[in-house]
Design a protein around this ligand. Sequence first.
Ligand SMILES: *[C@@H]1O[C@H](CO)[C@@H](O)[C@H](O)[C@H]1NC(C)=O
Ligand SMILES: *[C@@H]1O[C@H](CO)[C@@H](O)[C@H](O)[C@H]1NC(C)=O
Ligand SMILES: *[C@@H]1O[C@H](CO)[C@@H](O)[C@H](O)[C@H]1NC(C)=O
Length: 399
Amino acid sequence: MNHKTRFVLSVVFCTSVIFLLHRDNIWRWITDTACGCPSFPFQFVLPKKPKHTNVAFIKTHKTAGTNMQTMMMRFADRHNLTVMLPIESCHVDFCYPQWFRASNVHPGMLSANILASHLRFDKKEVQRLMPKDTIYITIMREPGALFDSAFHYYLHHCRGFLSVPGHSLAGFLADPRRYYQRNEPLSHFTKNTMTFDLGKDKDHPATDTAYVQAFLAEMEETFSLVMITEYFDESLVVLRHLLSWDLEDILYFRLNMRKESTKKQLSPDLVSKARVWNALDTYLYVYFNASLWQKIEALGPGCVEREVRELRQAQDNLMRSCFKGKKPLRAAKLINIESRPWQPAGDMDVMGYVLPDNFSHGLSQHTQELCRKIILPGYVYGKMIQRSQAKRYKACHQQ
Ligand SMILES: *[C@@H]1O[C@H](CO)[C@@H](O)[C@H](O)[C@H]1NC(C)=O
Ligand SMILES: *[C@@H]1O[C@H](CO)[C@@H](O)[C@H](O)[C@H]1NC(C)=O
Ligand SMILES: *[C@@H]1O[C@H](CO)[C@@H](O)[C@H](O)[C@H]1NC(C)=O
């Protein structure tokens, strides 16, 4: 097929897709992107790559990974895939901060397509269980912002934080060595949290450049994509291209993140102190932020920017449809209490949202289902999937 024929075919195809999808204007953006992105011409005409369905998302703490987790659950649900989830006694995080172990995986979910829960990453053990062609991704956040978030979230649970006079972050960062308690049970939330989650030694001296280099090289080799919280939507667009997913697969509601962004920012002085204290995390972040931007450069920054705009437009459209133009209401009391994970003291928890009574008016079945699922927090969704998968497993094993 020559270029001209391909072009004509692609125009004909796109036009008919536009015609079909315009009937429900939420989906208009899918067509725009499919036809418009200059880096990916003719993608519907040439044999389209199938979606990649074996994906391990290594969820790190306090990085806004929950949006990603929910998205992965929805992807699994929508494509009838198996999610790897823990045994009941390991709650929702494979008994973190223990290492990830096969013995903590529900026996019916040992061979799975999707992994998206919190865990302490043991690369060999995860790779032993997940299919050979699994694509690994994770997410990192600017270490100053991460530490600020961890400090307030875990303040009442870490002696290292509680022992600071006045419980102030500035106080802690003025002399972290004085307050840090490396052997307390949750000390990984008080230093180099990402390093710890990714399976390395949070207390290793950051001056050991050989260690740092080897760590970065290993992460680079393991992860096809390291998403960056500060550029979440750009990361998603890169992810979509990496996995050949469509834009509905990466749709999420920016409900929790908005709240996040209204918090006041740390002063530059505290940011730099937090980065020094979390030096291993900082090496990781600087390296993988640069790496993300190289990937964006390779895809074409204009294309990525355009898809980001379309993603946000689709989020707004869907949100208006689901909430009927009303402000989303948080569901503090409405979500099944037994499915709540451990919550820190205080009011920092992240709950789901309630849809208005008449939300289904004028919506297709498909959109209604999307509204119902997209508002669920990741762990609630995970628990639902866990129950249905476990039930299926039990049914098979009783015969
Ligand atoms: C989902 O997968 C199960 C087997 O894992 C199969 O029995 C079932 O028919 C599938 N459902 C759909 C809708 O594809
Ligand atoms: C991430 O990298 C980009 C490109 O180099 C840079 O412009 C940006 O400031 C970095 N972001 C952060 C939060 O460090
Ligand atoms: C849904 O109900 C609200 C009031 O609760 C009303 O303002 C809105 O117009 C209704 N929407 C539809 C599509 O019925």
